[in-house]
Design a protein around this ligand. Structure first.
Ligand SMILES: Cc1cc2nc3c(=O)[nH]c(=O)nc-3n(C[C@H](O)[C@H](O)[C@H](O)COP(=O)(O)O)c2cc1C
Length: 363
């Protein structure tokens, strides 16, 4: 999308279809870990019911719930949610049903944290501890593309090819459970330095086999995950979240990410969300809309995209969509105000009926 590109008439308040899923607007809630499973069993709790209930009532088109582990050892912390067993499916279901009752679509972000697993949450049952949880204190041996430690965490063990097959299978099993729980879509987490990003980035993948080396080799695992979910669940919309740049010389950059995004769409992804960073320490030029250009670059490949990162006003969000990005996602601003989508629609002068009928007198 160039500066001269036509400004579209599509607004952030307009509906969009993703693989047959109608989403009532393009103001989406970004996945945000709550680290609130104090039983350490991956089962969502009262906190999740209230937190996601408020966000679903707030008018968003699409709420994607937090990074949810495909396997116990894929959790960032022991306080993460999961989708590796039936008890978790049963606990997610009422959250999903409530969101649907509010008119929101709801998805779940599926994650394996790789070398960034087995850390302390920094609050709750974990207390204020930070960093890796030692194995003798209830942590576990982490895994990754390579065996080098990252970000000062405990050193991972490089996955064998058989184990990589198991990771793909676990993503597929979790996607099936997501469908069982009623989720409308899944988001494959290949951003923020977690396992799929650890494979994709040349800074963290030192493998010499088919899952390392050139871009195609490093992208192989995430493409296999997307293709395997697509093969088993042909109607399920799939979002791929990427860190489209490592913000580091010699790391992943927007050009490579645009190529991978196009491959992912061929493999079955429906939309790519462009985030950034998280695999290595980097100097990130954080500011309003600082990642929007990454979504725009990926969009040039003909890939449907969402933009995220300090998109905090209605005018800014609407301009991003009018410039050609398919949707915006909001994180922290929606924690401050779960009703932000309704507020934005009113600020933009759109006539919408997204508020709960119980709150009609407030509008
Ligand atoms: C409390 C919190 C938890 C987060 N957890 C996740 C997560 O589970 N998965 C993820 O991909 N990003 C996560 N993020 C990043 C957000 O999805 C989002 O990309 C980021 O906050 C930038 O958007 P914002 O400026 O609108 O907040 C988290 C952010 C926050 C503030």
């Amino acid at each position: 999308m160039t500066a001269e590109a036509t400004i579209s008439t599509t607004s952030v308040t307009d509906a969009i279809d993703v693989r047959g899923l109608r989403i009532r607007n393009r103001i989406w809630i970004a996945p945000m870990c709550q680290y609130s499973v104090m039983a350490y069993d991956g089962v969502p709790t009262d906190w999740h019911r209230v937190h996601y209930g408020a966000l679903a009532a707030g008018g968003t088109g699409l709420l994607v719930v937090e990074a949810t582990a495909i396997a116990p050892e894929g959790r960032i912390t022991r306080q993460d949610t999961g989708l590796w067993n039936d008890a978790q499916v049963e606990a997610w279901r009422p959250i999903v049903d409530f969101a649907h009752g509010q008119g929101a679509a709801i998805g779940v972000q599926l994650n394996h944290a790789g070398a960034k697993a087995s850390t302390y949450a920094g609050f709750g049952r974990d207390g204020d501890a930070r960093g890796s949880v030692p194995i003798e204190a209830g942590g576990w041996q982490t895994v990754s593309a390579s065996d080098e430690a990252i970000l000062g965490l405990a050193a991972p063990r490089a996955l064998t090819v058989d184990e990589i097959d198991g990771i793909v299978a676990a993503f597929v099993a979790a996607a099936h459970r997501a469908v069982d729980a009623g989720f409308d879509l899944v988001e494959v987490h290949a951003a923020h330095g977690y396992l799929l990003h650890q494979f994709l980035s040349p800074l963290t993948n030192r493998r010499t086999d088919a899952y390392g080396g050139d871009l195609a080799g490093r992208a192989r695992l995430l493409l296999e995950v997307v293709a395997a979910i697509r093969a088993e669940l042909p109607e399920l919309p799939i979002i791929l979240r990427m860190s489209a740049t490592d913000w580091t010389e010699g790391g992943l950059d927007a050009e490579q990410s645009a190529t991978v995004a196009a491959w992912a769409c061929e493999a079955g992804a429906d939309l790519v969300d462009a985030s950034s960073g998280g695999a290595v320490l980097a100097d990130i030029p954080v500011g309003p809309g600082y990642q929007v250009h990454l979504a725009e670059r990926i969009g040039e490949e003909g890939v449907p995209v969402s933009a995220v990162g300090l998109i905090e006003t209605a005018e800014q969000a609407d301009a991003v969509v009018r410039a050609g990005v398919d949707a915006v996602r909001v994180g922290r601003a929606a924690l401050r105000d779960p009703f932000l989508p309704i507020r934005w629609a009113r600020e933009l002068g759109a006539d919408v009926d997204w508020h709960p009928p119980q709150y009609a007198r407030a509008y």
